[in-house]
Design a protein around this ligand. Structure first.
Ligand code: SF4
Length: 167
């Protein structure tokens, strides 16, 4: 994470700013497998921010649980071969709309997801291999001026804020 990006998030935390966040990181069981990806430190961020949860895949009309999907040459397909690109694009649209409605420009997104991945995504072979890249929603938010970090980077963010507050 660049220092400039960390600074933006820290400044927002000093004045109880708003952050868009992948809903599964907050504990919503909205992942393709019907589980969440709750991170204990994410809950602590509610001390410093108003967190606005979004799940682009369900906002785009996909059910939970659902077949896993990966990005393949610009399209998003499930492991069974169904093209779900429109759902992913609709979800990205609604996540951006939520951010704009709340006047937000910062987001913490779940790494490796074909929607939310910030630095890495799966390579499209459904073999678990990761490649540098970003999910559909991450790309749309970034293109519209959002600053993004993943869940691991948000741990560093929390450490900085807790240190400032003597914890
Ligand atoms: Fe989590 Fe994003 Fe996947 Fe929804 S689309 S389950 S918020 S990673």
């Amino acid at each position: 994470m660049e220092n400039e990006t960390l600074d933006l998030f820290v400044q927002a935390g000093r004045k109880r700013g708003k952050i868009l966040i992948s809903a599964c990181l907050l504990g919503t069981p909205c992942r393709y497998d019907g589980k969440s990806k709750a991170c204990p430190w994410i809950a602590k961020l509610t001390k410093y921010y108003d967190l606005i949860p979004v799940c682009p895949e369900t906002m785009g009309g996909l059910k939970t649980p659902r077949d896993p999907a990966e990005i393949q040459e610009g399209r998003i397909r499930t492991q069974k071969g169904r093209d779900v690109t429109d759902n992913y694009q609709d979800g990205a649209y609604w996540a951006l709309a939520a951010g704009k409605f709340k006047n937000v420009s910062l987001a913490i997104l779940k790494e490796n997801s074909p929607s939310c991945g910030v630095h890495f995504i799966h390579d499209g072979s459904f073999s678990g291999k990761l490649i540098p890249g970003e999910g559909v929603t991450a790309a749309k938010l970034r293109k519209n001026g959002f600053h993004l970090i993943d869940e691991e980077e948000s741990k560093t963010l929390l450490e900085v804020l807790e240190k400032e507050n003597g914890k």
